[in-house]
Design a protein around this ligand. Sequence first.
Ligand code: MG
Length: 379
Amino acid sequence: MDRRKFLVGAGMGLIAAAAPISLSAAGNATRKVAKTGRLNLSFFPYELKLRHAFNLARYSRTTTPDVQVQLEYDGIIGYGEASMPPYLGESVESVTKFLSSLDLTQFNDPFKIEDILTYVDNVAPNNRAAKASIDIALHDLLGKIMGQPWYKIWGYSPEKTPVTSFTIGIDEEKVVRQKVEEARPYKLIKVKMGLDKDQETINIIREMMPDVPICVDVNQGWNSKEHALEMCHWLNERNCVFVEQPFDKTWIDETAWLRERSPLPIIADEAFQRLADVVRFKGVYDGINIKLMKSTGLHEAHKMVTLARALDMKVMIGCMTETSCAVTAAANLSPVVDFADLDGNLLIANDRFEGMTVENGKITLHDRPGLGIIPIPGL
Ligand code: MG
């Protein structure tokens, strides 16, 4: 299929074509503007090519399936995307099916965010990445209509963005050394763990970069409480700042046991999905890793930050391998988080957007309206 040809959602093309052409507010009949007054959805699959094979404790891959989305309202276009790492259970097929089942033309006011996103959430359970793609595109659209970037609409100071980490996967020593060289501009390194090379990887990084703080992501890879506690102490002595998802996401009691004893904060990632999990994990984890593809987008992610703060939990904002569209969307929330892991766009070779940048390791937001992204011509 020609990936540039957007698929129009069920029935929407017909409805949009049949909609009347409205006149400008002043009734100026000489300046007709083609306004459908409806939300029109279109989308197409777009395979993300990874610059390096991505090796985690439980699998390896070189591409990520993705669906690119656009929401149009009165000639203004908002962009969104669904990224589907295979372990999350969504696919191009499931996202296409979900998006095709939506009828967003029933909404003639795109500012009814609660109504629109509640409708989308109730169409079918799960499908979190598919739901996020609509939420992200809606935020881009509304920000463009208002002429402001979302971090401003939320009242956040762009100078308060955190540094973002650069991820080093599980790999052979030669590859790890190459990645550490790539990571030099960053002020925070994230290391994937959970296989038999945990200490070896940290030792290589410490030899090459003695002082940079390191976050550790185990991706559910440890299977002994005692080993995990020993590792938390070992990592704490090597200037590590937190440990993410040490155990299987179902190990609630074991995680609470580790959290009580660990000198490092324990952050929930795979175990953490939706807003209600924030309350459930108080006392089990020290903090949460919010990702738009899990939270169903920015609307719920924004509520998660507020709730976690009220419960005195740490907040991290992360991403999947995504284009700068979803990564920049998440970056709009970054001025109010403790940690950011927003390098997903840098791990792919075929980004379709220009968006937030990383300067001296720090997330840098721009003042374009909406999410702050512009499509790269020809992609
Ligand atoms: Mg993680």
